[in-house]
Design a protein around this ligand. Structure first.
Ligand SMILES: Cc1ncc(COP(=O)(O)O)c(C=O)c1O
Length: 391
């Protein structure tokens, strides 16, 4: 896509990465790079502004963490989940049974699957009930050697938000450590992490937090439960060959992506100024409006009629979802995502593993864009239907 063409597109792929970014996010990146990098420690950016600590303060404020140093930065949610999963296993010896679910993204499933294949863990995947994690199965899945649960908070396919506080309370009764994958919920769902029965929560910067790719991290209650898996320069106590174990250095080695963290701060400021509630309500209103419109066409199957996040998954009977995605982009300039969305087990349950076309909205999606997308998808559905009838 040429930059000048951008305004002609209807962008409905915000669950992959949000676009457009608020202007202040773009400015923040540029401003962070204009002046030379100053300051002795790694945590000072250009013009003596502390981009890293500013971002910690912003994330802590939005996600309900009392101490900023319990906000740790990484490259993205995948990186944070790997740090948490591998770091937890390094800190805990003996046989480990891990609970996860069929709702997970591959950023959870693949690290766990590798560990299972290497014989390091046993794995139970909890089933879904409708679009949600089946909470009735949580307590029965716990065994004496169950030490860890890694659970999806917001489904990137069905837009369902799991009641992880309830799951966490059940798991905590048996001393199970709970990691939440918050890649889709951070920014969308109001959260007071310190009050939830969740021990660590991974987030990404480039989706609903309006930051740019290459940022993310996790928030944590007790850092001692996770052994660091990366070591290196921290800009502190450099005389020692031992990597510092205090927060935040414990989990942060090497130069930070400070332009990305400046963007993250600006993205969160944008959310706070706009109002998280308004963002949440608008997304729900627009997705329900689109679902009502799409439902009118009998050969459109919608897999999530009441999503909690602005995500809609659908198929048109008789049309491959990759083809529908292609038609929408090439003929109508509507950008969606088709296929398995890196969450293959959800599809096995909902659409027989076929995959779907996903429409995902952001604060910047207009009502007119929603109406246009509905009109176009209905038009394509009607034409697919008439071609099937003629065949
Ligand atoms: C539910 C879920 N978890 C994890 C991820 C991974 O996020 P990232 O690509 O930022 O690592 C995604 C991204 O699509 C996601 O939707």
């Amino acid at each position: 896509m040429l930059r000048d063409d951008a305004s002609e597109f209807v962008y409905l792929n915000n669950a992959a990465t949000s676009w457009p970014k608020p202007p202040q996010v773009l400015n923040a990146v540029q401003e962070s790079l204009i002046s030379p990098f100053v300051g002795g420690g790694r945590s000072s950016g250009s013009d003596a502004q502390d981009y890293i600590w500013d971002a910690r303060t912003a994330v802590a404020g939005l996600l309900g963490v009392c101490d900023e140093e319990r906000v740790l930065f990484s490259h993205n949610a995948t990186d944070a989940l790997n740090t948490l999963i591998h770091g937890f296993l390094s800190a805990h010896s003996g046989p480990v049974h891990v609970i996860s679910s069929v709702l997970e993204h591959n950023s959870v499933l693949r690290p766990l699957w590798e560990l299972k294949q290497a014989g390091r863990i046993e794995l139970t995947l909890l089933p879904m009930k409708g679009a949600y994690l089946d909470l009735d199965t949580v307590s029965d899945s716990v065994r004496s050697e169950t030490k860890l649960a890694v659970l999806n908070h917001g489904s990137n396919v069905l837009g369902s938000v799991q009641d992880l506080d309830r799951a966490g309370k059940i798991l905590h009764e048996s001393g199970v450590y709970v990691i939440a994958d918050g890649a889709q919920t951070a920014g969308h769902v109001p959260l007071v992490f310190d009050q939830l029965a969740i021990d660590a929560y991974a987030f990404t910067g480039h989706k609903a937090l309006f930051g740019i790719p290459g940022t993310g991290g996790f928030i944590i209650k007790d850092p001692e439960e996770i052994t660091p898996i990366r070591y290196g320069g921290t800009g502190s106590n450099s005389v020692s060959l031992n990597h510092p174990r205090d927060l935040p250095e414990r989990f942060e080695a090497g130069t930070h992506n400070f332009p990305g963290l400046a963007a993250l701060t600006a993205g969160i400021d944008f959310i706070q100024t706009t109002g998280q509630k308004s963002i949440e309500e608008k997304g729900i209103r627009q997705s329900r409006m689109m679902i009502d419109g799409l439902k009118a066409e009998p050969n459109i199957t919608i897999y999530n009629e009441t999503p909690d996040l602005p995500i809609i998954s659908l198929n048109i009977d008789g049309l491959d979802n990759e083809d529908l995605g292609f038609i929408l982009t090439r003929a109508y300039r509507i950008i969606t995502r088709s296929g398995l969305h890196c969450a293959p087990l959800v599809h096995k349950e909902t659409d027989g593993g076929r995959g779907s076309v996903r429409l995902s909205l952001s604060w910047f999606t207009t009502d007119e864009e929603c109406i246009r997308a509905v009109q176009v998808i209905r038009e394509v559905a009607r034409s697919a239907n008439s071609q099937i009838s003629q065949a």
